[in-house]
Write a protein that binds this ligand. Structure first.
Ligand code: ADP
Ligand code: MG
Length: 344
């Protein structure tokens, strides 16, 4: 059964007078796996801490399952848990680390079984790992133990901040498997922040893009930075590596970044695209199937700029859009949105 887990209204977070997060409205349904993507400094960890009730925003309201909630509220204390970017293990055994949270909650009874179950979930053999000390773990194993300690608490919401940033491929796959299983078997809602969009897209039901503290849409968007130039007809553009011109409407400020939604990009295997559009010639370098199996995200290289387009499976088949093909990419400059600084 689906329900609204979070509802955020008019959230802002300011540090030293600078706004780093501004979300007029956001609602998250669960159970689901929600991805949060964005470059460094875009506000992902700040939003994660607010969703995890580790900090209250400077202003605005967070509702959890229909009720306004704040850090330390009993309603969220045991239900929402966060795996921070650099999780801390106590200087004790793996088993003691996992038992700690369970004991805090008064789950004393079947400790051994709960510890073994949690280790199994993250792919660590309880017989080999439960008695190990914290210093006898690789980076990836330590991350999985920290995850096991959270999963043992069977939270309704599990927030993971860059869970795969510093782990190897095998650990990354186990973390992915554990996330999928928690959602499937326990109805857990996961919110995962990452800048690894391929990894995120492979497991998330929805992905939110954060940029300069603002939500900019639900798919990997195209962000194009200046310098912006004006041609002799007075229209604005960015000169791309290789000489092609990326045309834009007049930018509101020099530092504004152009956002072009992947849905607004059309691909055509022919020389000419639709009239009235801006055109770029590029090479289709890859196609990635989205989890719903109906849409594909295409990556097109134009000079050294990688642009994304979102296409249906049917369209890709019809137009024979396979990687390696030269394509014409079209968009209307009017579909570009400008993203400035929140305080700008
Ligand atoms: P991300 O996780 O996407 O890299 P963060 O949420 O960590 O982004 O940071 C967003 C912005 O807020 C950055 O400019 C960062 O420097 C600033 N920031 C984050 N935490 C603090 C803090 N405790 N005090 C001051 N500035 C902060
Ligand atoms: Mg961060």
């Amino acid at each position: 059964m689906s329900e609204t887990i979070y509802q955020l209204d008019n959230i802002t977070q300011r540090y030293a007078g600078k706004t780093v997060l501004h979300l007029p409205e956001l609602s998250l349904e669960g159970p689901a796996i929600v991805g949060l993507i964005g470059p460094n400094g875009s506000g992902k960890s700040t939003l994660m801490r607010i969703l995890g009730f580790l900090q209250a925003p400077t202003s605005g309201e967070v509702r959890y399952r229909g009720r306004p909630a704040r850090p330390f509220d009993p309603a969220v204390r045991f239900a929402v848990t966060m795996l921070p970017q650099e999780p801390f293990l106590m200087h004790r055994t793996v088993a003691a680390n996992i038992a700690y949270g369970l004991k805090l909650r008064g789950n004393g009874g079947d400790l051994e079984a709960r510890i073994a179950e949690a280790l199994d979930l993250v792919g660590l053999d309880p017989a080999a790992f439960a008695r190990r000390q914290w210093y006898q773990l690789s980076g990836g194993e330590a991350q999985r133990v920290a995850l096991a300690a959270r999963l043992a608490l069977t939270p309704r919401v599990l927030l993971m901040d860059e869970p795969t940033a510093r782990v190897d491929e095998a650990s990354s796959q186990r973390i992915q498997a554990a996330a999928l299983e928690a959602r499937r078997e326990r109805g857990t809602t996961l919110v995962i922040a990452s800048h690894d969009w391929e990894w995120l897209y492979s497991i998330c039901d929805t992905v939110l893009c954060l940029f300069r503290g603002q939500l900019i849409g639900g798919a990997k968007g195209n962000l194009i930075r200046g310098p912006w130039e004006v041609d002799d007809r007075g229209s604005y553009l960015r000169r791309l590596n290789g000489g092609q011109l990326f045309r834009v409407p007049p930018p509101p400020a020099d530092e504004a970044v152009a956002f072009l939604a992947p849905e607004a990009v059309a691909l055509n295997p022919l020389e000419a695209g639709p009239t009235g559009h801006a055109h770029l010639k590029g090479i289709l370098t890859r196609l990635a199937l989205e989890p719903n199996h109906r849409q594909l995200t295409a990556t097109i290289m134009v000079g050294d700029l990688a642009l994304s387009a979102r296409l249906t499976v049917e369209r890709v088949a019809e137009q024979q859009l396979y990687p390696g093909r030269t394509v014409t990419l079209s968009y209307t400059p009017a579909s570009i949105r400008w993203i400035g600084m929140v305080d700008g």
